[in-house]
Design a protein around this ligand. Structure first.
Ligand SMILES: C[S@@+](CC[C@H](N)C(=O)[O-])C[C@H]1O[C@@H](n2cnc3c(N)ncnc32)[C@H](O)[C@@H]1O
Length: 219
């Protein structure tokens, strides 16, 4: 089985290797939004869309097909080393050998748009099932320290940009601390917002932001 990153959403940012894999695959699995991006290259494959609820059953089926000699590809959004641990682990639990094919991450696009270098930044994701207290504590630590930029992936539904801003203010970060929120990077309707934590906390509701949002705090 192969796990591949499909890029940040613009199909032109899919790698050549990724495209070749999709075109020669017998089965392609992934969340529906991910499969929509790569649909032009999966016309010959059995396409298996999955949701959070049925992902185990879909991956069981894909692993069974792989054991029968089928070329099975699981697609991850962006790059597979960036906030995709749960999906990676679900695949490696099922088969002995997994080929990994990287993609362009939304984090790279956020670096490019904001003009920051990854080596001068810390990356934190809240997008995971575990308790968010640890990552939030680290976020506050790095922001107070001020030595690195911080790139942050929010958590859909409960920890989106406005809620994060409120938590940071409660943790003692200054009201004027600047933050940038990028939405739908590389996709139609891409936009960015720049302002203070106080503005973000006061003027916005979390429903105002797309699930595809990344926050950047410049040092
Ligand atoms: C589970 S993480 C996976 C990240 C992915 N592996 C990557 O490298 O981009 C999904 C989150 O990444 C962020 N994200 C992914 N693509 C994005 C985009 N095009 N624009 C803004 N944020 C994006 C959003 O916060 C989204 O909820």
């Amino acid at each position: 089985m192969t796990v591949m990153g499909i890029g940040p959403g613009d199909p032109r940012l899919l790698t050549q290797r990724g495209r070749e894999l999709l075109e020669s695959a017998d089965l392609v699995a992934g969340f529906k939004t991910v499969l929509d991006v790569v649909a032009p290259w999966t016309t010959e494959a059995e396409v298996c869309p999955m949701s959070y609820r049925d992902q185990d059953a879909v991956l069981d089926y894909a692993a069974q097909q792989a054991r029968q000699g089928k070329k099975c590809v699981v697609c991850a959004w962006g790059d597979l080393n960036v906030s995709a641990k749960e999906l990676r682990e679900r695949v490696s639990q099922r088969v002995d050998r997994v080929e990994l094919v990287p993609g362009i991450s939304s984090v790279q696009v956020a670096c490019m748009r904001s003009g920051i270098y990854l080596e001068e930044a810390v990356f934190i994701t809240l997008h995971r099932r575990e308790d968010a207290a640890g990552p939030l504590e680290e976020l506050v630590h790095y922001l107070k320290e001020g030595r690195r930029h911080v790139i942050l992936i929010p958590r859909p539904f409960d920890l989106m940009p406005a809620a994060i801003a409120r938590q940071l203010l409660d943790s003692g970060l200054p009201t004027g601390r600047e933050v940038i929120v990028y939405q739908r990077l590389s996709l139609e309707g891409e936009k960015s917002w720049r302002g203070s934590l106080a503005e973000l906390a006061r003027q916005f509701e979390d429903k105002d932001f797309s699930d595809l949002s990344i926050m950047v705090f410049m040092k």
